[in-house]
Design a protein around this ligand. Structure first.
Ligand SMILES: [Zn+2]
Length: 201
């Protein structure tokens, strides 16, 4: 158990830290004392009640927040990303938070494909080809394109019944890739524009 473990709070939807809850126990002779309650499930698994330091709501925590109940919500997607695409990415994150790897991957992939098309890639063709088009047009970096290529099954279709199984790692990689991709396409230009406006350029 560690003090000040950081989580994305499932109640107040902020990045906050947890403090161990103080539990009242009978100490004999009618005396009551307050201690942090820790249950040792096994030598490497301890459970404790954490309290959000912002909203004061309780969560059940394993070790240094390996597991947290209720599940912390995924981090919010940047509002500079167009709503339709952002909704897809948010859904991908929610799927991930309930261990639905394949559904998370499908939604993350869909967010990337919508963005690629919105940025001028042809509507037909596979996602890898659409990403290559954006790289050729200078809209994404070569590094990002190579990353997309490395996530090999992005080119396949996770939605196909005959497709390969999707692991947690696969889903996490595609989710990260999708978010980086959307940041390059929408968030970085919005920040640049905002700075230009501030400087009156
Ligand atoms: Zn909270």
């Amino acid at each position: 158990m560690a003090r000040g473990v950081s989580i994305f709070c499932p109640y107040c939807h902020r990045h906050t830290s947890l403090e161990p809850a103080s539990v009242e126990v009978e100490a004999g002779f009618g005396e009551r004392i307050h201690v942090a309650a820790v249950w040792e499930q096994s030598y490497d698994s301890k459970w404790w009640i954490g309290v959000c330091n912002y909203c004061n709501q309780p969560v059940l925590v394993q070790n240094d927040a390996v597991m947290v109940y209720p599940q912390p919500l995924p981090s919010p997607t940047d509002p500079n990303i167009p709503e339709e695409i952002r909704t897809d990415l948010d859904e991908a994150k929610r799927c991930f938070s309930v261990s639905s790897w394949r559904a998370a991957a499908v939604m993350a992939r869909r967010a990337m494909q919508s963005a690629a098309i919105e940025k001028g890639a042809t509507t037909k063709g596979r996602l890898v080809e659409q990403i290559a088009q954006l790289a050729d047009a200078g809209k994404i970096t070569v590094d990002l394109k190579e990353w997309a290529d490395a996530v090999r099954w992005v080119g396949n279709d996770a939605a196909h019944p005959a497709g390969e199984a999707v692991s947690r790692e696969d889903a996490e990689q595609v989710l990260n890739l999708a978010e980086q991709f959307l940041h390059v396409l929408y968030v970085a230009p919005a920040i640049a524009k905002n700075l230009r406006n501030k400087k009156g350029k």
